[in-house]
Design a protein around this ligand. Structure first.
Ligand SMILES: [Zn+2]
Length: 155
C-alpha cells in the first residue's frame, strides 16, 4: 500500500532546486523491503531505492546509473547516495584467477626488486626502480613493508 509505482520514482524533478531529494531511514521508496532483503529476511525487491552498500549486500551494483536521491541520517550529518533497485545490475564477482592476477599486479607494484621487501604502498618503480631506502638510503619505516622471505638465506 505504501508501495510507490514507477511514476513516483521517475517523475520526481531531481533538478528542481539543484538538490537531490532526501530521505531519512525507512522513508525512501521500498526502504523497508530493501532493509529486509539486506538482512536476508526477504526477497530482493523489484523496485525502490537502495544505497550502494545495500545493493552490494543484495548481490547488486548500481551499474551505470546515476544516484537519484540521498539517504540521510544523524540529522543529516551522514548521508549516502540512493540508487534505483530496478536499474541495478548483478554484482560482478571476480573469479579466483582474476583476483590472483590482481594481487600479483599489486605485489609487483609494491615489491622492491633490490631488497625484495613488499611494501604496503606502491613504489616509484618507474622513476627510481626501487624503494627509497635502496635508492638514496632514506630509511623505510619497518611498519610500511613486509620483510622478504628468508628461507633462501637459511637454506
Ligand atoms: Zn629496496
Amino acid at each position: 500500500m505504501d508501495r510507490p509505482d514507477d511514476d513516483d520514482l521517475v517523475d520526481v524533478d531531481l533538478y528542481d532546486d539543484g538538490k537531490f531529494p532526501e530521505f531519512g531511514r525507512n522513508q525512501a521508496p521500498g526502504a523497508v523491503a530493501v532493509r529486509a532483503a539486506v538482512r536476508g529476511k526477504g526477497p530482493v525487491p523489484a523496485e525502490g531505492l537502495a544505497t550502494r552498500r545495500q545493493l552490494r549486500a543484495m548481490g547488486l551494483s548500481p551499474g551505470g546509473q546515476d544516484p537519484v536521491a540521498r539517504l540521510t541520517w544523524r540529522g543529516g550529518q551522514r548521508w549516502a547516495w540512493l540508487y534505483r533497485v530496478d536499474l541495478a545490475v548483478p554484482k560482478r564477482t571476480p573469479t579466483l584467477a582474476q583476483e590472483m592476477a590482481l594481487d600479483r599486479a599489486m605485489a609487483a607494484q609494491a615489491t622492491c626488486p633490490l631488497c625484495r621487501r613488499r611494501y604496503h604502498h606502491c613504489l616509484p618503480l618507474r622513476t627510481l626502480g626501487s624503494c627509497l631506502e635502496c635508492h638514496d638510503g632514506t630509511p623505510a619505516d619497518p611498519a610500511s613493508y613486509i620483510a622478504p622471505p628468508e628461507h633462501d638465506l637459511a637454506a
